[in-house]
Design a binder for this molecule. Structure first.
Ligand SMILES: [Zn+2]
Ligand SMILES: [Zn+2]
Length: 322
């Protein structure tokens, strides 16, 4: 029996095949042998790019579920059976561009229907199994999958992700952690050292006017190697507060770098970087108003003295109050 809400709003019109009770559970692991066969089936089909067939029988089983994601808006919704859903919703605005084609197809045309709606309607079809996600997309019309992966706990290295580009009928295999926000910390970045300096941000230490390793700012401070940021400037920023919770794990983050990045021949772009101490991912923000950021986060005495321009120090004319 369908429980309230189980059919999901968008599938309300569908009464033919109510989703099985565990269809929305990604992690339900069935011990039965048919599942192994099904999994093997999917591994085989994934391997044969270009002749991917979706027999109707494999839809809406308890051990996996389907979601459509709209590539532009990133709106997503679960469907028990993507083929049936497409046929039943052909008149809806979201499938408008596939409506003509859908009117000529039937439930026996499973793979053609999936390919059609993926191509014409900028939809991605996600097939979520325990440990494995398949994504059908059309060329560059791929949704930002990070929010979905985060919400579904899929952004993990042990999750296999098979991207199926239905335009080229080519597959790419990645791991779930490819869909984490930010980038992994550089392997030589000394997070423990930064954390120990962060802990003592309200204290003065003998090495505060030494460079923080791994920083690269496009600025220069008197007595500090070109480009590096002195600990005292990092501590000043750290005392102002945290950049905000980590997008991946909601962990505590802290600034690790800021400055100007050379863009092309003559332009420079301001950036700030922060790192999550829990998941060790690094986040760069290039939309920041660096001047305002430095005014808010760097005490007057610790602002840079010069900008690095073509490898030379050029005294900063904009340095406030000097
Ligand atoms: Zn799901
Ligand atoms: Zn994190």
């Amino acid at each position: 029996m369908l429980q309230k809400g189980e059919g999901q709003a968008i599938e309300r019109g569908s009464t033919r095949t109510p989703p099985p009770p565990t269809a929305s559970s990604h992690w339900a692991i069935s011990q039965d042998a048919t599942m192994t066969n099904r999994r093997e089936f999917f591994q085989t089909t994934a391997a044969i790019a270009g002749s991917l067939i979706f027999p109707k029988a494999v839809f809406a089983t308890p051990d996996h579920c389907f979601h459509f994601i709209h590539a532009a808006s990133c709106k997503h919704w679960p469907v028990a059976d993507p083929v049936q859903w497409s046929l039943e919703n052909a008149h809806k605005p979201i499938l408008e561009r596939a409506a003509d084609g859908l009117s000529k197809l039937t439930e026996c045309d499973g793979d053609r229907i999936v390919r059609l709606v993926v191509r014409r309607c900028s939809l991605n079809l996600l097939e979520v199994h325990p440990g494995r996600v398949g994504v059908d997309h059309w060329g560059s019309h791929r949704a930002d999958l990070k929010p979905f992966f985060k919400d579904h706990g899929l952004a993990r290295p042990e999750i296999e992700v098979v991207l199926r580009d239905r335009k080229k009928e080519a597959t790419t295999t990645l791991t779930g952690d490819s869909f984490l926000y930010g980038v992994p910390l550089a392997s030589d970045f000394d997070l423990e050292l930064f954390l120990s300096k962060w802990e003592s941000r309200f204290e003065q230490e003998a090495d505060d006017w030494q460079s923080a390793p791994g920083t690269s700012s496009g600025f220069a401070w008197t007595g500090i190697e070109d480009g590096f940021i002195p600990w005292t400037a990092m501590k000043s920023a750290w005392r102002q507060g945290c950049p905000g919770a980590c997008l991946n794990c909601s962990g505590t983050t802290f600034w690790t770098n800021f400055g100007l990045r050379q863009v092309g021949m003559f332009n420079r772009c301001g950036f700030v970087e922060h790192v999550c101490r829990e998941c060790r991912r690094s986040f760069k923000d290039e939309s920041v108003d660096l001047k305002a950021w430095m005014a808010a986060n760097l005490d007057e005495g610790v602002r840079p003295d010069a900008e690095m321009v073509w490898g030379r120090r050029v005294a900063r004319t904009t340095k406030a109050h000097t």
